[in-house]
Design a protein around this ligand. Structure first.
Ligand code: BEZ
Length: 214
């Protein structure tokens, strides 16, 4: 039991597959993930204030995620009836529809699989976890927040864009990078590459820290 709670996928691992009941019906994760990025995120409980702001934040930016070939999937240890009632309540009160599936993880199966249950924080509610999973099913980035601190939606979007830019252009992204700024060219691996670099028009602090425009 303890071992199961402590288990969590690491960066580079294949995202553990599961089947679950959601607000958009039963879903097999590996099918949902096929051909697109997925942001799988947990929240502690329905009908709570911080969670309402976060879920609304995801919903309000869902078109932006769609444009980034990214699907959203929420999760909490609540029943499907609670989820549906909350979705309905928020829609009525604010006009925002949680237009992505929310897993009803009432048996904590998925929470345990993804290390979302952190017993010293809560034994019954998932912490605020974010897993960014690529179209091959690999976990690429993980964030964990405690119950009382909401996440930063701009950072989630920025991190997703950074992963996609890194994959597409074989570059790394420096501190606080945002799209449009210079990117880091991987350090040279041979003397020949190092000499080539000296002739380049990269912005260089030294041969190992070189930046370029995309
Ligand atoms: C909240 O979403 O406001 C919340 C949920 C669980 C514990 C603390 C805060």
């Amino acid at each position: 039991m303890e071992e199961q709670i402590n288990q969590m996928p690491r960066i580079g691992d294949l995202a553990p597959d599961f089947e679950a009941n959601t607000t958009y019906g039963p879903i097999k994760f590996s099918e949902f993930n096929k051909g697109s990025w997925v942001i799988l995120f947990s929240h502690p409980a329905d009908f709570t204030p911080v969670c309402t702001t976060e879920m609304s934040g995801f919903a309000l930016r869902s078109e932006e995620f769609k444009a980034l070939n990214t699907k959203l999937m929420g999760l909490s240890i609540d029943s499907i009836h609670s989820h549906v009632a909350w979705v309905n309540n928020v829609k009525k009160n604010s006009g925002v529809l949680f237009n992505f599936p929310i897993v009803a993880d009432i048996d904590m199966k998925v929470s345990k699989l993804y290390g979302m249950l952190q017993p010293n924080e809560s034994e019954t509610a998932a912490v605020r976890a974010v897993f960014i999973i690529d179209p091959t099913g690999k976990v690429r980035l993980i964030m964990y927040y405690p119950l009382n601190v909401g996440r930063n939606m701009d950072e989630i979007v920025r991190a997703l864009k950074a992963l996609q830019v890194s994959d597409k252009h074989n570059v790394a992204l420096p501190l606080n990078w945002v799209p449009g700024e210079k990117v880091i060219v991987p350090p040279p691996k041979t003397v020949e590459e190092m000499e080539e670099r000296e002739k380049s028009d990269y912005e260089m602090m030294d041969f190992y820290l070189a930046k370029k425009d995309l």
